[in-house]
Design a protein around this ligand. Sequence first.
Ligand code: B12
Ligand code: SF4
Length: 441
Amino acid sequence: MAKDRPKLLIISPSWSQGWWGGGKVLVPPLSLPLLAGMTPRDVDVRLVDENVERVDLAAGADWVAITCMAASAPRAYEIADAFRERGIPVVMGGIHPTVLPDEASAHADAIVVGEAEPVWRVILEDLAGERLKPRYECANYPDLAGLPHPRRDLLRRERYLTVNVVQTARGCPNACSFCTVSAVFGRRYRFRPIAEVIEEIRSLEGGVGFVDDNIVGRPQRAKELFEALIPLNIRWVGQGELSMANDPELLSLAARSGCQAMFVGVESLSPENLRAVGKSHNLGLNMGEAIGKIHKSGIEIIGSFVLGLDGDDPGAFARTVAFAERHKLVAAQFAVLTPFPGTPVHQQLESEGRIVDRDWSHYTMSKVVFRPKHMTALQLEQGQRYAYRRFYSIPSILRRTLTVRGKFLPRLLVNLSYRGINRGHGLCRGLPRITGSSHRR
Ligand code: B12
Ligand code: SF4
């Protein structure tokens, strides 16, 4: 029974790989402070990000809310079951419950399909009135004007590199077949009013990490945002796409507004793969040249590659790392293709009977959960490790830091951090070389 000032615990469960043991975690999950920001002040809210502190399953709470993605779903269910056993109602939401509501429902008193904004207040009232419904659906993609400021004051800020994660848009006009974003947030690109974004950033100290999936996806809006950022004199990092290189005005505004680095999906060097996954905006681009132009504007690139696509053979690993080294990417992510539920890739592999592992805790982009086409699962796993080990080897780091004028120290620090994270995940340490082995699994 809820008391005068009910206690609400909002939890983000850890995922199987966790983060680099003992060190600081990059950034907090924005859903936690955002949900807290939407909660009336007469509710006593506590946030627990299990990537930085363990959840106390015996904690006193009247209501529990849990967010999760695929990799953290099994742990989310464990936590939810434990609180429900104590008679504490649990509400679950986020990407995974949105895509698989029936599965999540077995572990929660209520689940939220879609975005929280239109339903969160109603849920809190229903919790208080003890009339919680099993499912709340956010039928339409909500308008993003008037979002509350996230309650960053409730985060353990000393445990993160920064808590300044800011979202300016949701959805993505593209529909890459391996990505959950357009399935969950829609292909309609929705924007927060720029004035509201600027007002939020003004309230922060230090640099900002934009969590938009593609901050340059609509160039005209991006230019307006960057222009408005210039007077704030901040440094920021974000996610974008390589085609920004072909718009000199966009590039210049991004750099002038403080952009230090962009995380961009290069995905694959093979046009056949790019076509197959619907990454049309990389097709027809000279990707090496685009990287060069972005670098010239002073913006670093963290490249993201997907390994194990149907057009990949075992030679793809060496080719991919050689490309990342040749173009002097400051950092790179080499992800194993992962068929997240709800994505077209999941449907395709499912219909071909190629999904072999349904333990969501393995959906980390470092484990092979499907049968690759032109290699074995073991080759793919070893190929990913080879890519990390080679790219974050000391000789490779030195080649990519010493040869770029004026960037030695920041580049070295970024690489050492990534090397540390990847070693923590067992991706860079004492691992096998790729072989022509044809082990079957
Ligand atoms: C920023 C980001 C990161 C950051 C920060 C991660 C973090 N600590 O949250 C970094 C780079 C560290 C990261 C790492 C990873 N990420 Co990530 N990340 C994102 C990204 C781009 C934005 C997330 C975000 O902040 N969104 C803004 C918030 C406000 O949205 P939201 O969390 O979805 O919450 C809204 C609704 O879902 C809902 N909601 C959410 N939770 C709840 C709970 C309740 C109770 C209710 C009512 C509602 C509700 O309401 C919210 C407001 O509307 C997403 C893509 C995306 N657009 O979601 C990928 C994404 C979530 N990441 C993904 C993955 C796979 C990972 C990694 C496993 C990758 C890896 N191997 O390193 C790790 C796991 C890290 C972890 N568990 O913490 C995948 C997940 C796929 C899936 N189906 O599970 C996504 C969808 C990317 C993709 N293209 O597919 N990530
Ligand atoms: S991978 Fe990036 S560009 Fe493609 S759909 Fe996902 S968010 Fe959009």
